[in-house]
Write a protein that binds this ligand. Structure first.
Ligand code: KG4
Ligand code: ZN
Length: 337
């Protein structure tokens, strides 16, 4: 019998639905909400309203793209958390309603764990233990992934004490008057700039933990001072500013990752989450791979930022373990790994 699962992701500002058949992703539809860019960040209530508007057509599209009739589904997976409560509610309710109508089980998925598992979409044979760097808009963590009784187990060995790396990119972009989400735009502009043009202080914390709010504040004062001397400082130097601050942010995270690799003595390394799409981070991972002789896994771009394919992949492992959720299961905005 085929194993066909529909997965729904609505934790933040992407409405996404994917179909996985016997472990292979056969459709992955992602609709990014544009509405938030005018406000410089995600407005939770608006995100929920957009999800309600989109979810039905996104699910239909994922089924038609996969050429699967809904009656053929064996289970429906949803993101249980972490995320915005109202946004999660839409996905969870839709998944439960459809599963009830079709008389099939539901599967609750942890969004952060799914980011790590996004690496398995194109590489079933990743060796464990895996050291994973999660860098998204809401999370920045270094995690060891292992298996125990067929279940994936995670252990957090380092994390940000304040802002996430994606959040730091977005806040820096905002100071540069770039629209939300600014991370990808900073990356694009940085490719035309000189990463050595400007220097920024070291503001990291001890051990494998990280901090990105200090560098953001230092950056804000740096820009204020420069603007006092030249009111067009940002416009005149935008590419160089982006390249220099991007280099600093990525160096901060790479230093921590290198330290983690050396102390944990693990040589299977993966990155995931929105910032894993960053071109400089991807290059640095290849450099690290050669320098330390590692097996490095980097997801395809469409599996870095929020997507239902990663939810489907983790759900597929759970399905094989018969790990289904109860009809009474509710979203948890602060769900831990
Ligand atoms: O994983 P994700 O889609 O959502 C969360 O779960 O948070 O990550 C979104 C974050 C945003 O902060 C966005 O600016 C950042 O990922 N991002 C990037 C790039 N692409 C997305 N940051 C730097 N460079 C990129 N190319
Ligand atoms: Zn995410």
């Amino acid at each position: 019998m085929d194993r066909i699962i529909l997965a729904i992701e609505t934790s933040c500002d992407e409405t996404s639905a994917a179909i996985i058949k016997n472990g292979k992703i056969i459709s992955n539809i992602i609709s990014s909400q544009k509405i938030h860019s005018e406000y410089g960040g995600v407005i939770p209530e608006m995100a929920s309203r957009e999800h309600i508007k989109n979810i039905s057509s996104i699910v239909k599209l994922s089924l038609s793209k996969a050429k699967i009739k809904k009656e053929k589904l064996n289970a429906i997976a949803y993101t249980k958390g972490p995320g915005l409560l109202g946004a999660l509610m839409i996905g969870v309710s839709f998944a439960k309603g459809l599963a009830y109508a079709l008389n099939i089980p539901t599967i609750a998925v942890n969004h952060i764990k799914a980011h790590i598992i996004s690496n398995f979409i194109e590489n079933e044979n990743i060796k464990l233990p895996l050291l994973a760097l999660i860098v998204s808009g809401g999370h920045t963590e270094i995690v060891i992934l292992n298996k125990e009784n067929k279940n994936f187990k995670t252990k957090v060995i380092g994390q940000t004490q304040d802002d996430a790396l994606g959040e730091a990119f977005d806040k820096i972009a905002k100071i540069l008057r770039i629209k939300y989400p600014g991370g990808p735009i900073v990356d694009k502009l940085a490719q035309k700039g000189n990463p050595n043009a400007f220097k920024f202080p070291d503001t990291n914390v001890k051990d494998l933990n990280m901090s990105f709010s200090g560098i953001k504040t230092a950056f804000m004062y740096f820009i204020k001072e420069k603007i006092k001397l030249n009111s067009k400082f940002i416009e005149d130097n935008l590419n160089d500013i982006c390249a220099s601050i991007q280099r600093k942010l990525i160096e901060m995270i790479i230093n921590k990752l290198e330290k983690a690799i050396k102390t944990q003595r693990v040589n299977n390394i993966a990155i995931c989450g929105g910032v894993a799409a960053n071109s400089f981070l991807r290059k640095e991972m290849i450099r690290l791979q050669k320098k330390l002789d590692l097996n490095v896994y980097i997801p395809k771009f469409e599996y870095c930022t929020d997507n239902a394919a990663m939810i489907a992949k983790l759900a597929d492992f759970k399905f094989q373990n018969q790990e289904f959720s109860n009809i009474k299961d509710i979203p948890n905005p602060r769900l831990k790994l």
